[in-house]
Every structure is written in structure tokens, then in C-alpha cells.
Design a protein around this ligand. Structure first.
Ligand SMILES: [Mn+2]
Length: 358
């Protein structure tokens, strides 16, 4: 995918008449170059220059993973900014685009003081490219989602009264690594009881109690590509209210997923779910951010919600995750990752969704 992206970036530079693109977001560096570690910046020029700025800890890895790039040890210049200044003078770069949403003031000042070039702030250029998935990316995302779904069946066996949220979260990570994920599954949400109304609560020392909801929102990384899924289950027998909230949640997910086709807008998909609970007491307890693209980063374009303006394309992988969160009582979220393909939408999260009472 990196060569396609580089071509797209060259075309973008051509169209915008900029001489170079400075990539500073690590996830974008990985996307464009295939590099998998740290301290990395790319300077790509319209004339075909490919500079990889890093420090001596990583030069061997760059030479292996990115053989097409010329390595620039920025420390030899004193700073990343000074290294860009050196390259800008050498290649006579007059206009350099940079990722404005990834630039702290100090870093920006350092570059500005080191170059005579015009610095052009841009946002979302590589992110937009990342929202369109290639066949290989879809393959990796499918595998990533499969690992997470398989881990669900395993973690269910571990849940019992007395075990803590933190212990379960650690077991869940281990299951995913054993099932083939990269060694760094990212931060998992695993919460229980009344804490399940915390949309992004983190695992605590709370022990699982009889009657608790257990909400697990998690995923793993497979060859750099992330999965994201949520399931909520009940430990013991569900109460009537737990059953009611769960049934409404299931219906919201179903209606939204039916809408997720190329051409649908973010708002339409959101409304399809919201309509299910609009006239119930639960409408006040829903959250409007109900889905997001996913790839090398967990929350990326496009997003689903009433105020977003995205139109779903036919090569997108994204989540569907409405939820009902009642403060002090608990919450239910079910989240799948879907491939919005040209022929059909494929659910990449093959984990059961009926209410499980353990
Ligand atoms: Mn999500």
C-alpha cells in the first residue's frame, strides 16, 4: 500500500503546487513508509526525494523496512527542524506542507526558524487516503477482528464472581496475543456493574458481582491494523430492565448496520439507530458518536453521528456502536466492525450478539 500512497501524495503535491510534504504523525509515517517503530519523520518531495529522518537507534531498522528511503540522522543537524532546513536548502524546497494537527508550538517554531521555505499547514490529507482501504488492509483488518471475536469466547470462560476487572482485562490481552495479535493489544475497556455507564471507563480493582453487566470494549493489533468490538453480558440472571435495555440496543445495532451502505450519510445511519429509542425514556441516555473508521488508528475518518457530514464510500472499514448509558445504573454497548464493500456490507466481527447470562 505504501507505493500507492506515495503516488497519491505526489499527485496531491502536484495539484497543490507544494514542493514537499513533511509527515510527522507516527501512524502516517507507518502508513506511507511501512516503518514500525519510533522517532520517525518523512520528507517527501515533489521531485521524488524520499527522506527518512530518525536517530541512530533506528537507522538499521529503517534500512531494512524502508530501503527506498534516504536516511537522515537528524541529530547530526542538531534538531529535526535543522535537518529539514538542510534538506530544504539542498533541494530548493519553497513550499513545504506539514500536518497542522500534529504540531506543538515549540516544534513548529523550530522548523520555522530553520527554513526559508513557506510552511503550508494541511489537515486530513493522509487521513482521507487512509479511509479508503486496499485489499491487503482489508485482509489484515479481517484477521484482527477475527482474533478479537475468538478472544470473546475465551474470556467468557474466565468471567466469574470475585475476579476483578483488571484481572479480566489482562487475561483478555493475553488471549489475543495467544491467538496471533501483535504483542501490543491496545487499551481495553473492561468494566462491570454500575460502572458500565462510563463510556470509556478503565478496568479497576472492582470484583465482578452477581447480577453485574460486564462491558468489554476492546480490540487488538494485527500487522499494525486494529480491531474494535464491544459486547455486554450479564453475570447471573438478567433483570427485566437489563433485558429491555439490551433488546433496544440490539435493535439499534441492527437498524444501523442495515443502513451502512455506500452513499449513506453519517446522519442517516445515526438516525436509524436513534429512531428505535426516540420515544422511550432511554433516548436521554444515548451518546451521539456511534461509529468511526478504523485502520492503523482506532478512531479515524469517517465518523458516524448527527453532525458529521461524511458519505460512506465502498471501500471503508468502520464500526457501528450505539449505546445506552444510565448513570448510576449501568450501560449497554454492542460494537461491530463492518466492511462497507461495493457489493455488500460484511460484518467483520463474528461474535454472538444475543444476551448472554453467565
Ligand atoms: Mn469503537
Amino acid at each position: 500500500m505504501s507505493e500507492i500512497t506515495r503516488q497519491k501524495l505526489l499527485a496531491w503535491m502536484e495539484e497543490k503546487k507544494v514542493d514537499a510534504f513533511f509527515v510527522s504523525k507516527l501512524v502516517n509515517v507507518r502508513y506511507v513508509s511501512g516503518y514500525t517503530s519510533d522517532d520517525a519523520y518523512l520528507l517527501l518531495t515533489r521531485a521524488g526525494g524520499r527522506y527518512f529522518l530518525t536517530d541512530p537507534r533506528y537507522t538499521e531498522q529503517v534500512s531494512i523496512e524502508c530501503p527506498d528511503y534516504q536516511i537522515v540522522e537528524w541529530r547530526k543537524c542538531g534538531s529535526v527542524g535543522a535537518a529539514i532546513g538542510m534538506l530544504a536548502r539542498q533541494d530548493k524546497l519553497q513550499k513545504i506542507a506539514f500536518e497542522e494537527d500534529d504540531m506543538v508550538y515549540q516544534f513548529y517554531s523550530e522548523i520555522r526558524d530553520a527554513v526559508d521555505s513557506e510552511l503550508i499547514p494541511v489537515e486530513g490529507v493522509i487521513e482521507e487516503m487512509r479511509s479508503h482501504k486496499t485489499a491487503q488492509e482489508i485482509e489484515y483488518l479481517t484477521a484482527s477482528c477475527q482474533i478479537a471475536a475468538d478472544a470473546y469466547e475465551k474470556i467468557i470462560q474466565d468471567i466469574h464472581v470475585g475476579i476483578t476487572e483488571k484481572e479480566l482485562a489482562a487475561k483478555l490481552s493475553l488471549h489475543m496475543v495467544e491467538l496471533g495479535s501483535d504483542t501490543m493489544p491496545y487499551g481495553n475497556i473492561l468494566i462491570s456493574g454500575a460502572r458500565t455507564s462510563l463510556l470509556h471507563g478503565i478496568p479497576s480493582a472492582k470484583a465482578i458481582e452477581y447480577g453485574d453487566f460486564v462491558l468489554m470494549d476492546y480490540g487488538c493489533q494485527y500487522k499494525g491494523y486494529l480491531s474494535d468490538m464491544t459486547r455486554t453480558l450479564v453475570v447471573g440472571k438478567a433483570t427485566d430492565r437489563q433485558k429491555e435495555v439490551y433488546r433496544l440496543e440490539q435493535e439499534m445495532v441492527k437498524r444501523m448496520e442495515e443502513k451502512m451502505r455506500p452513499g449513506a450519510t453519517s446522519k442517516e445511519v445515526y438516525e436509524a439507530g436513534a429512531d428505535v429509542i426516540r420515544d422511550t425514556e432511554y433516548f436521554q441516555y444515548h451518546y451521539t458518536g456511534v461509529g468511526h473508521g478504523i485502520g492503523m488508528f482506532v478512531h479515524e475518518m469517517p465518523f458516524l453521528g448527527p453532525t458529521h457530514k461524511y458519505v460512506l464510500s465502498d471501500d471503508t472499514v468502520m464500526t457501528c456502536e450505539p449505546g445506552i448509558y444510565i448513570p448510576g445504573w449501568g450501560g449497554v454497548r454492542i460494537e461491530d466492525t463492518l466492511l462497507i464493500g461495493p457489493e455488500k456490507t460484511v460484518n467483520l466481527t463474528p461474535a454472538r450478539k444475543e444476551l448472554i447470562e453467565l
